[in-house]
Design a protein around this ligand. Structure first.
Ligand code: F6R
Length: 612
């Protein structure tokens, strides 16, 4: 949720820290701060400000200099966004500075303990407790003090620590919040996200839970909290700078919507075996025992949150229809606290774009505790979920920066289809059916492209409806989850109340809402339940509702019963969500732009929800 960045080297690092924060601003943007230390004259400066990083930048003048520094952009959990609550936090004696991503759950009891030792506090944050706990343990060795303090902590953290008494090093540590070390020449970095360091180095070491790193200009020593020295692999960041820039688009969200023909292609690259009428996923076939467990599973739980939960619902439809395995989709946040029945033949699939979502991670841990095989579907390479799962498949959709998830959703649907086809072909799906599906997958990017070419029609519709107060999204079968996703997109970035429903369910309640002020979006493509959806549209029209239909090219009938129609190409049923969602993403985007909202940084939201 928050983003942290640190630097130690010989150069002035203020620009690097501010740019590094900007790269992760999408993770949290209600306040930000920077602490820098200049070795040559022992000068230290702390600057913080409420609001976006641009506000922090305004407070940084030429007097802010240093060759060692730590920085933070915040998404408030403990205490409102104000100057005092912003990071970096400083200990009572003014010697230790800390940036922290995560939550210290036992901060109340730690606070009482510190108060007994005479500590006082200027903020409402759990982080200020931690920095003082480090001071309490400090006896001349900052590394030891951090370790001892962390052993007392319950919760999650990715931290960066600097001590004025030992200004030749930074300490980084993680438990449950992402953290990596960037390796440079006579300079090193830490960051919660590779995007912050990629301009300087592509070589990174991903830290794991309960690890600590002692970072100097020349070296990085990795240890466990119990002092065991670790040999860590240096990995190469899997994307380039251009992947995390807007490249001429007004917003990351728009760029990511328009990238979908490419990201869909990337998600299936090397995974289609047309000649055999099937698919192949290295991340699963390289783990034959795990994959066998999935193929022979008697029950699959798919756990996820938000948009990933919507793709999971589509996965349920696919896996049950073609792979013939019973599937239950659970909100990760519910799964972790219920008592799900896990038998030896139960497999859990966790879907997460970021690979860091706290609830999904906790659901995975719960499933593993109960003995389930857990398979991950993640976008971010090297993320915590990708490491915690027994095997998995990457989306290869590239960094998703827009807070509202778009390209990750379509890639998740693709990966779920690839898994379904492979399992189904090993069971009773014929070569002919498999071949047809793989052929459809191959042309899907060009079909997506044709929808994007029509974006102006959607923009015009958006203009007409930007002042609506409520929207209803209706779909059936594979497109019921798309209705949910369309409604979520609109809520997130335009703050318009929207609900998604299975179209037929409308008459069991929501129909009461329909009048001439209620736009109702129907996903009414020519599939097996098209006629039923048409009946639902007529029910809405009979009550003066305004109907916007997402329909198939060549369907002229729908024009007669809808007020507005967005035509899209047809594809096979299980892939249709990849196409039907695109107009809904665009509609949400254009409505939010029309309302002049900051699409990439919607209020109260943050990318990658690493708190419960
Ligand atoms: C919606 C959105 C969120 C995420 C959810 C799960 O646009 O971005 O609902 O889908 O927080 O995140 P991941 O997929 O990273 O686990």
């Amino acid at each position: 949720m928050c983003g942290i960045v640190g630097y130690i080297g010989k150069k002035d690092c203020v620009r690097f820290l501010v740019d590094g924060l900007k790269r992760v601003e999408y993770r949290g943007y209600d306040s930000a701060g920077i602490f820098v230390y200049r070795e040559k004259d022992k000068r230290s400066t702390l600057v913080k400000n409420v609001g976006k990083i641009a506000e922090l930048e305004k407070s940084i003048d030429s007097s802010v200099v240093g060759n060692i520094g730590i920085a933070h952009t915040r998404w408030a959990t403990h205490g409102e966004p104000n100057h005092d609550n912003s990071h970096p936090h400083v200990s009572n004696n003014g010697s230790i500075y800390l940036v922290h991503n995560g939550i210290i759950e036992n901060y109340t009891s730690l606070k009482k303990k510190l108060e007994k030792h005479g500590f006082s506090f200027y903020s409402e944050t759990d982080t200020e407790i931690l920095v003082n706990l480090i001071q309490l343990h400090y006896t001349g060795d900052i590394e030891k003090a951090v370790k001892e303090a962390l052993l007392e902590v319950k919760g999650t953290y990715g931290i960066g620590v600097f001590s004025l008494n030992e200004p030749d090093k930074l300490i980084a540590a993680r438990l449950g919040s992402p953290l990596l070390i960037g390796i440079g020449k006579n300079e090193n970095y830490f960051a919660s996200d590779p995007a912050s360091v990629v301009k300087k180095t592509a070589e990174v070491v991903y830290m794991q839970d309960r690890e600590i790193a002692v970072i100097t200009k020349e070296s990085v020593v990795h240890k466990t909290l119990d002092d065991e020295v670790l040999k860590k692999n240096i990995e190469t960041i899997a994307f380039e700078l251009s992947d995390i820039e807007k490249s001429g688009y007004d917003h990351f969200m728009l760029k990511e919507i328009f990238e979908q023909p490419k990201t869909i292609t990337d998600s299936m690259r090397g995974r289609l075996l047309l000649e055999e009428g099937t698919t192949k996923l290295g991340g699963l076939s390289e783990h034959p025992e795990i994959y066998r467990a999935l193929i022979n599973a008697e029950k699959i739980y798919i756990v996820a949150c938000g948009t990933s939960w919507h793709s999971a619902l589509i996965g349920e439809y696919m896996l049950e229809e073609y792979a013939k395995i019973p599937v239950e989709v659970e909100y990760a946040s519910e799964f972790r606290y219920r008592d799900p029945i896990i038998t030896p033949k139960t497999v859990v699939i966790a879907i997460s774009q970021s690979g860091e979502t706290a609830d999904t991670l906790a659901a995975i841990k719960e499933a593993k505790r109960k003995g389930a095989v857990v398979i991950g579907i993640c976008n971010v390479v090297g993320s915590t979920i990708s490491k915690e799962t027994d095997a998995g498949v990457y989306l290869h959709a590239g960094p998703e920066i827009g807070v509202a998830s778009t390209k990750a959703f379509t890639s998740q649907v693709i990966v779920l289809a690839l898994i379904t086809i492979d399992i189904a072909r090993r069971k009773n799906l014929s070569f002919r059916q498999g071949y047809k599906m793989v052929k459809e997958l191959k042309i899907l990017p060009s079909l997506a492209e044709s929808i994007l070419e029509n974006s102006n029609t959607i923009k015009e519709i958006a203009k007409k409806f930007s002042s609506a107060r409520n929207f209803l999204y209706l779909g059936r079968g594979y497109n019921f989850p798309v209705a949910l996703e369309g409604a979520l997109k609109l809520k997130e970035i335009s703050y318009i109340h929207a609900e998604g429903y299975p179209a037929a369910e409308m008459k069991h309640g929501p129909i009461a809402l329909i009048d001439e002020n209620m736009p109702v979006i129907f996903i009414a493509i020519k599939d097996t339940i098209y006629d039923k959806v048409v009946t639902n549209i007529k029910e809405v029209k009979a009550r003066n509702g305004v109907v916007i239909s997402i329909a198939s090219y060549g369907d002229d009938e729908i024009d007669k019963i809808s007020d507005y129609v967005i035509k899209i190409p047809d594809t096979t049923n299980l892939l249709s969500p990849v196409l039907t969602v695109i107009p809904l993403q665009l509609l949400a985007y254009y409505i939010a732009v029309e309302k002049r909202f900051n699409v990439d940084m919607p209020r109260n939201l943050a990318k990658s929800v690493t708190v419960e």
